[in-house]
Design a protein around this ligand. Structure first.
Ligand code: ACO
Length: 321
């Protein structure tokens, strides 16, 4: 049996922090409204010299250092992003060039906020099939570049950043480590609730994020609790066996409502939305790395990742460190 086992993680954030109070100088909003509705207190915003690839490269280097693995040993880079540096080539190839590991595969996946779950499941499948041995799975975004800074209903919710995991194929009898079970879903009928109104083949512009927040919220809680139940069942565990849930950091109220539906105590849910806001595909690996580095998530822990985003797309993955 081949398992994709965890080797290391890393993350990167832009230099600039923007608080709710600062945002309220340019947008008709307030710290009180944002904190009460979302739990967000600040976000990191990329400067002119920071892009999705520079953040991804920072996170990838930190993950390789943490894993004690040289870039030359990586033969697969899967990068989840909805804000690539360019329409093509894939931002993953820029990361590959910067790391100097030009031997294997490198490509982007696009599933917006669930992108990291899609990237992890894809990398896991390629490792299990024997097509690659060591993978960098990255989520990296600069959502600040696709926000309508005059739309207070969306621009206060997002931030920029990147997170990365190194996973490695390991052969053996032991079935208890690495990626244990994953489920992915999509429902293209829900396009109009969350989308970007531009693109190369339609408007030839990058476009801006558009969202019906209230409806997204409702779908998020239903879809996330259902996919979490599926993965718990596939893995043959009880919800109480999970040491940590690392959810997509969209909104503190979505995190609370989903945990409540599954009967998971709030202390087991990693929350970084207060500091990072919603960093889309970067949010899960960024939150995971933050909680590993501050000592909460430890070797041997059973960790559940979950996310939902535009499309809609959603998914969950269970991993033993
Ligand atoms: N500051 C002050 N007032 C605001 C702001 C703001 N930033 N944004 C909206 N308002 C106002 C609205 O104009 C509206 O005013 P009105 O009653 O006078 O018309 C009022 O606040 C209520 O607006 P709603 O949109 O109904 O507010 P709601 O309670 O639904 O909260 C929010 C909005 C925070 C977006 C919420 O719906 C939400 O979190 N939805 C989930 C969306 C999400 O997280 N998406 C991320 C991507 S998908 C994902 O990651 C899962």
């Amino acid at each position: 049996m081949i398992r994709s086992v965890f080797r290391g993680s890393g993350s990167a954030l832009p230099a600039k922090v923007v608080s709710n109070a600062e945002l309220s100088k340019t947008v008709d909003t307030s710290d009180e409204w944002i904190v009460e509705r979302t739990g967000i207190r600040q976000r990191y915003i990329a400067g002119e010299d920071e892009t999705t690839s520079t953040l991804a490269i920072g996170a990838a280097r930190a993950a390789l250092d943490d894993a004690g693995i040289d870039a030359s040993e990586i033969d697969l880079i899967v990068l989840a992003t909805a804000t690539p540096d360019n329409t093509f080539p894939a931002t993953a190839t820029k990361v590959q060039a910067a790391l100097g590991c030009t031997g294997g595969m490198a490509f982007d996946v696009q599933a917006v906020c669930s992108g990291f779950l899609y990237a992890l499941a894809t990398a896991d499948s390629l490792l299990k099939s024997g097509m690659a041995k060591r993978a960098l799975v990255i989520g990296a975004e600069t959502f600040s570049r696709i926000l309508d800074w005059e739309d207070r209903g969306t621009c206060v919710l997002f931030g920029d950043g990147a997170g990365a995991l190194v996973i490695e194929a390991e052969e053996g009898e032991e079935a208890n480590r690495g990626v244990i079970a994953s489920r992915l879903h999509a429902d293209g009928d829900q396009h109009d609730l969350l989308y970007v109104d531009g693109g190369p083949s339609t408007t030839q512009t990058v476009g801006h994020l558009r969202m019906k927040g209230r409806e997204v919220f409702r779908h998020a809680v239903v879809n996330l609790s259902s996919v979490l139940r599926e993965v718990i069942e596939d893995a043959g565990i009880a919800a109480a066996d999970i040491d940590w849930v690392v959810p997509h950091q969209a909104n503190a109220r979505i995190l609370d409502a989903t945990a409540r539906k599954l009967g998971l105590p709030a202390e087991k849910v990693i929350v970084t939305v207060d500091r990072h806001a919603n960093t889309s595909a970067a949010s899960v690996p960024l939150a995971f790395d933050t909680a590993r580095k501050d000592g909460r998530i430890k070797d041997g822990d059973l960790v559940m990742f979950e996310a939902m985003g535009g499309g809609f797309t959603w998914g969950a993955s269970l991993m033993r460190l």
